[in-house]
Design a protein around this ligand. Structure first.
Ligand SMILES: Cc1ncc(COP(=O)(O)O)c(C=O)c1O
Length: 509
């Protein structure tokens, strides 16, 4: 039986020197393509007749060369099933290139790893308490596939779908309706522009709104993704401290009253988790309106609130077009969907779109249509309700078991929202030490100081719980206990020597 093969595209061959015969040129080129891996093992070669026609040579020459390559073991031929590159042929390593040209070395040497990624430990696979993913195992994949299949069957009509660069209009209408109902945001579909996620929205906004050196407020501690976008655009980050009510607007005014704008996460502050109080929201809006400043409201996971009333978005309180809202379906559905949105004030929408044209003239994907159907058929609402219960239970387990297993080592925040939470170290470890110790015990936590600017290390770690069931959470908490006990067993905390063991009460340092 013929092994599975990859079909060969029209193969480009190097030019023939006048002193080389056709046969030696063709043999040399084909052999080189195979040995260098340009024609990988299992690739099916074009039929000799087609190959001869493509390159303007006789079929006899092609057949002769193929026979020689076959005799050397480079290709395998079978009557009736064609010729393909031998899977077991010895393939020499690709030719090594010398050092790269200056322009590449310039790029490499001027690249600075963003602070949040320095020394990051990124293991393969998903393990507790990784915080990137929602519970993808719980996503109704078959349902999604069914909707996608229905769309695919009508693919011809999709080919004629109009695209003005904003993204699939019916999806923008559905998002406008969803935001009006669930977030109190009044927007027309023309104000909504689809992006690949919050990060792309942020990058475009920051480059549109700021010049290098322009000051901008960020929460301290705050979202590393926003910090990366602002820093790359050369903006000057003014790190405004957050307290239990969110960003401290009074302090921001003292630090830099005339900042061009602010980036905030009012529904669920990243990384500490509190909700911005009504007074602070009004103060922030009042400041922005007085200064003519923008507010970027990152509404990344506001749907997941497990107690109290859902608070409308800041955008819903805005009377002066200062607020730009960005959101994403990464946490709501699944991260590889890569669909997010920016809700712009009407007077800015066309300019944002013009700016987006710098990187992409078109903005349609079949996934947008599938998502639109998923929303309009009522599945988004159902999925959200189900996931809210699931995440609430998972957080409940984390809090209960965390309290039992980690007493005196880690105090887990009692905020009941989102897909991650924060734990404050009570064993004297720094955020980074805890991150490293956890990794050594096979679990993943995110050091809180990766999100700080001026603020000293808050000595805490972020724990994602959304993607892990109760058993996995309990097991991982025991591993975390073992990791955090290392410090308590060897170092005195607050001047008091500490017993090793699981339930030693230690005062926070
Ligand atoms: C504060 C914040 N904003 C946005 C996002 C999601 O970004 P994206 O849509 O680019 O995946 C995250 C994800 O962790 C986040 O923590």
């Amino acid at each position: 039986m013929c092994p599975k093969s990859v079909s060969c595209y029209e193969l480009t061959l190097g030019a023939r020197r006048p002193d080389r015969t056709l046969t030696s040129w063709l043999y040399g080129e084909l052999r080189r393509a195979i040995v260098e891996g340009r024609l990988p093992p299992g690739t099916r070669l074009p039929a000799s007749r087609d190959f001869a026609a493509q390159h303007g040579i006789s079929r006899g020459t092609v057949v002769g060369v193929i026979e020689r390559l076959q005799a050397e073991g480079h290709v395998v031929c079978q009557v009736g099933s064609g010729t393909w590159v031998n899977r077991v042929a010895p393939v020499a390593a690709r030719a090594k290139h010398g050092s790269p040209p200056t322009y590449i070395r310039r790029v490499v040497s001027s690249y600075k790893k963003p602070k949040p990624w320095v020394d990051i430990i990124s293991p393969r696979g998903v393990r507790p308490f990784q915080m990137r993913d929602p519970a993808v195992a719980e996503f109704p994949a078959e349902l999604w596939a069914g909707i996608a299949a229905k769309r695919a069957r009508r693919f011809r009509s999709w080919l004629r779908t109009e695209d003005d660069g904003r993204g699939y209009r019916p999806l923008r209408e559905a998002i406008a309706q969803y935001l009006a109902m669930s977030r109190g945001v009044r927007s027309s579909p023309d104000q909504i522009i689809l992006v690949s996620g919050v990060q792309q929205g942020l990058d475009l906004l920051v480059r549109l709104l700021l010049k290098p050196g322009d000051p901008v407020w960020m929460e301290d501690p705050g979202y590393f993704g926003a910090a990366i976008a602002f820093t790359s655009a050369g903006a000057k980050i003014i790190p405004v401290p957050v307290d239990e009510q969110g960003l401290n607007v009074g302090t921001g005014r003292v630090m830099c009253a005339h900042a061009r704008g602010a980036y905030v996460t009012p529904a669920h502050q990243f990384p500490l988790g509190m909700t911005m109080s009504f007074e602070r929201r009004m103060a922030l809006l009042e400041w922005a309106s007085r200064e003519g400043a923008f507010i970027i409201e990152d509404d990344y996971d506001s749907e997941y609130r497990f107690e109290g009333h859902p608070l409308p978005a800041l955008e819903g309180l805005d009377r002066n077009a200062n607020v730009i809202l960005i959101g994403s379906f990464a946490k709501l559905l699944f991260p590889s969907l890569r669909i997010g949105y920016v809700v712009l004030p009407p007077a800015l929408a066309d300019y944002f779109l013009a700016f987006r044209y710098r990187t992409d003239f078109r903005n349609l994907s079949l996934d947008q249509a599938v998502l639109c159907d998923f929303i309009l058929d009522g599945h988004l609402g159902r999925h959200l309700r189900r996931m809210r219960n699931l995440y609430s239970d998972r957080l409940g387990t984390l809090l209960d078991a965390g309290h039992r297993y980690l007493g005196g080592l880690l105090r887990i925040s009692d905020v009941r929202a989102g897909l991650y939470t924060v734990g404050f170290l009570e064993n004297g470890m720094s955020s980074r030490d805890a991150e490293r110790a956890a990794a050594a015990h096979g679990i993943e936590v995110f050091a809180l100081d990766r999100n700080t600017f001026k603020r000293p290390d808050p000595k805490g770690v972020l724990l994602g719980f959304g993607a892990f069931d109760e058993t996995a959470i309990r097991r991982a908490l025991l591993q975390l206990r073992a990791a955090l006990e290392r410090k308590t067993s060897c170092a005195p905390v607050n001047g008091h020597p500490v017993r090793s063991g699981s339930s030693v009460a230690i005062k926070p340092s």
